[in-house]
Design a protein around this ligand. Structure first.
Ligand SMILES: O=C(O)CCC(=O)C(=O)O
Ligand SMILES: [Fe+2]
Length: 350
């Protein structure tokens, strides 16, 4: 996952936004101020959160009521086809575990900067504490601190980056990641079914799936209109599960029908289906007074897997839109470029 050894880069000084915020700056440093066309107000939203699809996983898992199952599969199809995104309820993960992970992650971000800097995200590397996806000195910075860790399989972990404080961080992240992994596997099963494939098609295709977590902390900003919490992008994973705290009333936004729609969710984003299901473009904005935390799990095929559109979804009327590619090469490409809308898909687009 680390690309530092391959590409020599100069990212300049990256200010820590929490520390910056503590100084109550009267003006926002230039490096965070977005060009007018990239500010949060562009293409602002009229759609409301109520429209965002909600999937009740228990209706799919229980299998008690065939009508419920069928309706929910149709909901899933619409969600993946038209949104590339949905919220999941009755997902089976203990609420106490969701609260515990939120607490340890928040406690981590509240540690003194010296403590957090024991786990630095080096330039061009995606694990550790800092800002990912920064590759040049003149690139604008996001109003966000990140802490990212590889979780599974074990060889992607950098044990030196797993923090010793708060004391129960590692154990909680392990339990949480186990549960989220099961959720990803279940969602992928029903996503396969929703597109007319066998439930285990992704599990077989993925090999030993890669799982990573990125924790994002967005402090308040006196000029939320000028900065971006997280630049617009779509994720590089097969499926993403996003948990966010109730901190700020604004935060995650998804791009739909040319507007940015705000969300309060657990979510996902998808590839592999020859464009039939799309991954949603999304971004995060920040708030004048409230902070916000998100915990994002990325679940993706093994790096050594060759991926291509599923044959059953390709025919003369639907020719392949993506070439066959190695997922490790795709991941390196994704992680060594700044976040830029859906540009990452150009890597494999025909
Ligand atoms: O904080 C959020 O809501 C968005 C996070 C996100 O999109 C990511 O980490 O990829
Ligand atoms: Fe994302």
């Amino acid at each position: 996952m680390d690309t530092a050894n391959v590409i020599p880069i100069n990212v300049g000084h990256i200010q820590d936004v929490q520390e910056l915020n503590k100084t109550k700056p009267t003006t926002i440093p230039e490096r965070f101020v977005r060009d007018v066309t990239e500010r949060p107000s562009t293409l602002d939203t009229t759609t409301t959160t109520d429209d965002i699809p909600i999937i009740d996983l228990s209706k799919l898992m229980n299998g008690n009521d065939p009508d419920d199952f069928h309706t929910e599969i149709l909901n899933l199809t619409t969600a993946c086809q038209e949104w590339g995104f949905f919220q999941v309820v009755n997902h089976g993960i203990d609420l106490s575990l969701l609260k515990s992970i939120e607490k340890v992650v928040k406690d981590f971000f509240m540690l003194p900067i010296e403590e957090k800097q024991k786990y630095p995200m080096k330039p061009g590397v995606v694990q550790g504490y800092g800002q990912a996806f920064v590759f040049s000195e003149d690139q604008k910075l996001d109003w966000c601190n990140m802490f990212a860790l590889g979780v599974e399989p074990h060889f992607i972990r950098n044990p030196k980056l797993w923090p010793s404080k708060p004391a129960d961080f590692n154990e909680t992240l392990e339990s949480y990641s186990r549960e989220v992994r099961k959720l990803c596997q279940n969602l992928l099963k029903y996503i396969a079914v929703s597109v007319g494939l066998k439930g285990d098609v992704f599990e077989e295709m993925f090999g030993v799936a890669v799982q990573a977590v990125r924790m994002n902390y967005y402090p308040p900003c006196s000029r939320p209109d000028l900065v971006m919490g997280l630049s617009p992008h779509s994720d590089g994973s097969a499926i993403t599960v996003l948990q966010q705290d109730k901190g700020s009333p604004v935060g995650l936004q998804i791009f739909k029908d040319n507007t940015w729609v705000p969300v309060q969710p657990i979510t996902n984003a998808l590839v592999l289906t020859n464009g039939r299901y799309r991954s949603v473009e999304h971004r995060a904005v920040v708030h004048r007074e409230s902070d916000r935390l998100s915990i994002v799990t990325f679940y993706a095929p093994s790096y050594d897997i060759e991926l291509e559109p599923i044959h059953d979804l390709v025919d003369e009327n639907n020719p392949p839109k993506f070439r066959k590619y190695n997922n490790g090469e795709y991941s390196i490409n994704y992680l060594s470029n700044k976040l830029q809308g859906k540009k990452n898909l150009d890597f494999a687009r025909i």
